[in-house]
Design a protein around this ligand. Structure first.
Ligand code: MG
Length: 192
């Protein structure tokens, strides 16, 4: 196998369906609903709560209450710390799965089975390309890349990894221009 096709494949799988301009709370539930999405699988660390913080930003609680009535929700974290994930899940009263090993599809498959929705109707939401986006894309789900969140609900300034991954995405974008690959994500959802 030559190098270019394998890079193209990687580029395709790392391409989020949408790059959200802001943290998870910038996602407009109505827009997702209009696109046929009925379930959301949510990453926890830096997506719902800043790393090493247990208290969720008020904006996150509010956003969850907004989406809860219409969407099936499930937390999916690679974190091994049961106490932390359980604490977050209890605060939001949501089902959870920890030690998910994203980008492995194993846990995602279980979650989809539990919420009883096909991949096309579920979006994976997270702040990392190589875990959240890759896992969602490999499952054939919509993938939303969000900015890491700070304790005040705004985008975190501790986001070097996120910035690096965005730069990588731009570099890989070169490989998505030709061939039968999907159009690279250009539009940024700016709804809030
Ligand atoms: Mg995360």
């Amino acid at each position: 196998m030559s190098l270019i096709p394998s890079l193209q494949k990687t580029a395709q799988w790392l391409q989020p369906s949408y790059i959200v301009a802001g943290p998870i709370t910038a996602i407009d539930p109505q827009t997702l609903w209009g696109k046929g999405i009925r379930g959301l699988v949510l990453d926890v660390d830096q997506t719902l709560a800043p790393r090493r913080q247990l208290v969720l930003p008020e904006t996150v609680r509010h956003w969850i209450e907004q989406v809860r009535p219409r969407f099936k929700l499930y937390l999916l974290s690679n974190n091994l710390n049961r106490r932390r994930i359980l604490w977050v899940a209890r605060q939001l009263d949501l089902p959870y799965c920890l030690a998910a090993r994203k980008p492995s599809r194993h846990s995602l498959r279980q979650v989809l089975k539990t919420i009883n929705l096909p991949p096309a109707q579920v979006a994976m939401v997270g702040d990392r390309l190589f875990t959240d986006v890759l896992a969602g894309n490999r499952m054939g789900m919509m993938s939303l890349l969000v900015e890491p969140i700070a304790s005040d609900g705004r985008p975190s300034r501790q986001n070097r990894l996120y910035r690096m991954e965005l730069r990588l995405l731009r570099a890989l974008g070169r490989f998505t221009i030709s061939g039968d690959l999907p159009t690279p994500t250009q539009g940024r959802d700016r709804k809030s």
